[in-house]
Design a protein around this ligand. Sequence first.
Ligand code: FES
Length: 126
Amino acid sequence: MKSLDEIKKIREEKRKELDLRVNLEANTVEKHILVCRGTGCTSSKSEDIIKNFRKLIEEKQIQNVRVIQTGCFGLCAKGPIVIIRPEDVFYSMVKPEDCEEIINTHIIERKTCRKITLQRCRPEAW
Ligand code: FES
């Protein structure tokens, strides 16, 4: 059993992470690449997408970007789904070979990646 102070510290850390995902106005340098691991997206290679993102982030020594697997977003026919927060950009029908393009264009150049089907969840966000 952890002490109450340890539990409070963990809660504060997790609260910051969750804030980035639900509060699109969050003032942070961190980015989360959310990759769907629901059944439909997993059958379309979302596991490979996660591996490719993590490999590229490590190879390029990119800081403050985390790859997080999620449950189904409910848009299975458009999968695999990748959402990048906090800017809330939504890429659909992503293939494992698209990861490098997304990392180079979206994460490094800070531009939306037009080669991959995308929709902005909030058009004014980015
Ligand atoms: S399985 Fe990915 S959106 Fe449903």
